[in-house]
Design a protein around this ligand. Structure first.
Ligand SMILES: Nc1nc2c(ncn2[C@@H]2O[C@H](COP(=O)(O)OP(=O)(O)OP(=O)(O)O)[C@@H](O)[C@H]2O)c(=O)[nH]1
Ligand SMILES: [Mg+2]
Length: 363
């Protein structure tokens, strides 16, 4: 049985056009269709549910408060009953006439059968120059990572054997747009993958979701599956924010002494007030940036943000103590002065990052 997953976001006009065509092409193949919709504002889920009334072969999953193409496809596959899974865009760009060929390729031994724009006979259709270049660069980068090399690892149109998917599903990265790439990274090297040409068509209706955000997500994905295994991306972002925070700290110190205290030679009391003010300014800055960028996935809002901010302050206070403790101990043990200062600061940063990740921005 074939389980075809159609991920949708604002495809209300396309679904009613696509479904009859799929019915026609899949005649003779036992199948089910699973639409996974992320609560589209245009009501795609509603239209899909109406179309599913009285039908055993059409299912709709409406996800609330979630976005993401890869995770939608994974969720669709997890709910599927077939022994072959397939995925295809719901906007008419993928040539549904290729579906039987992809299905039969998997039935006859391919682990994965890819609808490919880059093998002979396939094409990207009417893409502009910019998109063609971007796609080629992304494909080159992606190929470094794949356990099995193919011409079009970024295709969103493919079929996969159920048991192969189940073998790797826990290793998949639900972040991002490119589920095939992630599968090709995770499957065993000896997996047989075949490519079948098709021409990428124009969207029937509606707009592309291939935003800048999606492109940044792709770069983050590349990082996650390479260096990210050893140094988490959130740690890199946290450290970058912290570095900017030092700059904010210096600026705030300058502003407080020169404009508030109006002194270019502050007394010890004035100096310490300015340092406390600058520290808190940097803490506010770091919290804000970490909340919207580093931990965007767990962003705190409203009352939660106020509680989080308090936790962040407490964590930073202990972080300062860790910094002080480590550097003074190393110094007392006769370590080189600047090395002791540096290692103390690193210990403080690691402490802050770990504590904030666990307690402030819980996964
Ligand atoms: N459930 C779900 N589906 C999505 C999401 N983003 C995109 N999709 C669907 O995934 C398919 C591919 O998205 P598109 O925006 O068409 O991406 P694309 O085909 O690479 O780009 P275009 O050529 O510009 O259309 C479409 O069926 C979308 O509706 C999402 O966040 N959640
Ligand atoms: Mg599309």
């Amino acid at each position: 049985m074939l389980s075809l997953v159609l991920p949708t976001y604002n495809e209300a006009k396309n679904i009613p056009e696509l479904l009859p065509k799929l019915e026609e092409i899949l005649t003779g193949i036992e199948h089910e269709i699973i639409i996974v919709d992320d609560d589209s504002p245009d009501g795609t889920w509603h239209i899909a549910l109406e179309l599913a009334q009285g039908r055993e072969d059409l299912h709709v999953i409406r996800r609330l408060g979630r976005r993401g193409l890869s995770s939608a496809v994974i969720e669709g596959f997890l709910a599927a009953k077939g022994d072959v899974f397939a995925v295809m865009d719901a906007d008419g760009q993928h040539d549904f006439e290729l579906l039987p060929a992809l299905y039969h390729a998997v039935r006859s031994g391919s682990g994965i059968a890819v609808g490919s724009r880059y093998v002979e006979g396939g094409s990207v259709g009417e893409w502009d120059e910019r998109r063609q270049v971007l796609s080629r660069i992304a494909t080159r980068l992606a190929l470094f990572l794949c356990a099995v090399k193919v011409k079009d690892p970024m295709s969103g149109f493919f079929a996969i054997e159920r048991s192969l998917f189940e073998r790797v599903v826990t290793k998949l990265n639900p972040k991002g747009f490119k589920i095939l790439l992630d599968l090709l990274v995770c499957v065993p090297r000896e997996t047989q993958v075949t490519e079948h040409p098709f021409t990428f068509r124009k969207r029937l209706h509606g707009q592309s979701k291939l935003s800048l955000r999606v492109q940044v997500d792709f770069l983050e994905y590349l990082y996650d599956v390479t260096v990210g295994k050893y140094i988490p991306l959130t740690f890199v972002k946290y450290s970058l924010v912290g570095t900017l925070g030092v700059f904010v700290h210096l600026c705030a110190y300058y502003a407080i002494t020169r404009f508030v205290l109006q002194s270019s030679h502050p007394s010890v009391g004035g100096f310490s007030i300015a340092v406390i003010g600058a520290t808190e300014t940097a803490i506010v800055f770091n919290f804000f940036l970490n909340n919207i960028w580093t931990f965007a996935g767990q962003r705190l809002q409203g009352k939660q943000a106020a509680v989080g901010f308090l936790k962040f302050n407490i964590a930073c206070l202990f972080g300062a103590l860790v910094n002080w403790g480590v550097s003074t101990s190393l110094f007392a043990l006769k370590w080189q002065e600047f090395l002791a200062v540096f290692l103390g600061a690193m210990a403080g940063v690691m402490w802050n990052y770990t504590v904030n990740r666990i307690f402030t921005w819980k996964e």
